[in-house]
Design a protein around this ligand. Structure first.
Ligand code: ATP
Length: 236
């Protein structure tokens, strides 16, 4: 049984349907990518899982339907969402942002150890531990958002366009840290990314969305071998 299963999921903003029967799975310990151009429905798919947009179809996490749950209920099941735009708090320090991620936890010692792990994963954050979110660069804010999600010790990470607005070398750093997190903590992930080459450094398999529909799905090797993917998403 997969950790997360979406089958035939549709969603609308008011009268406008933007997802038309999307299906995607995340295996336990696996990382799945959602690729596609601007406006394809990638973000909306993550929002449907998190309960931030009303959806229909089948959304099953760890064997139970989560369709119709509120965002806080979804989060409390262990699904952490790092949204596009990152959502870190600009007035809080790096340390307080990270600890905020752990606010539902009571295991003090493990929280301290996880905080230390986070700062090893993102050494730039260690040097800025007392800076406020507002003082960070875009890359550091992205690291902070991922670190904060990790601090809730989720079972599934939803990562939305972590490379957005970052220099290529910074994106590569962020993805390599997330890859380390995957290997070292066994965290399962659903990763939305426009930059397919970057996504393929992390995910095992992916689906490509176009106007709210799956147009292709496969393993990383299968997809990277397809001419259509190379042309449209890998730059030739
Ligand atoms: P992007 O990379 O630009 O975020 P995406 O693949 O994540 O693209 P979505 O953000 O899911 O795409 O958007 C899918 C469609 O839904 C687009 O046509 C978009 O214009 C529309 N849309 C997104 N958010 C809203 C909203 N709050 N209200 C109305 N329409 C929306």
């Amino acid at each position: 049984m997969s950790l997360l299963e979406l089958e035939n999921v549709s969603a609308a903003y008011g009268p406008v349907t933007v997802l038309h029967g999307v299906s995607v799975n995340v295996e336990r310990g696996g990382a799945t990518g959602i690729l596609g151009a601007n406006g394809a429905g990638k973000t909306t798919t993550l929002r449907a899982i998190s309960g931030l947009v009303k959806a229909s179809g089948r959304i099953v996490f760890d064997g139970k339907s989560i369709l119709g749950l509120r965002p806080d209920q979804v989060a409390s099941l262990g699904i952490a969402h790092v949204p596009e735009g990152r959502g870190t708090l600009s007035r809080l320090t790096v340390r307080d942002n990270l600890l905020l991620g752990a606010y539902l936890r009571r295991d003090r010692r493990a929280i301290t150890a996880d905080l230390d792990y986070c700062l090893d994963l993102f050494p730039q954050l260690r040097t800025r531990i007392r800076s406020t979110g507002a003082a960070l660069s875009g890359g550091e804010q992205q690291m902070l958002a991922i670190g904060r999600a990790f601090m809730s010790r989720p079972r599934l990470l939803l990562l939305d366009e972590a490379s957005l607005g970052l220099a290529p070398s910074t994106s590569a750093n962020v993805y390599s840290a997330v890859g380390r997190l995957r290997v070292e903590s066994g965290l399962s992930m659903l990763v939305v990314e426009q930059n397919a080459a970057l996504a393929f450094t992390l995910v095992d398999n992916a689906t490509v969305l176009e106007t709210g529909r799956n147009v292709l799905s496969g393993t990383r090797t299968e997809l990277m071998g397809m001419d259509s993917i190379r042309k449209a998403y890998l730059g030739g």
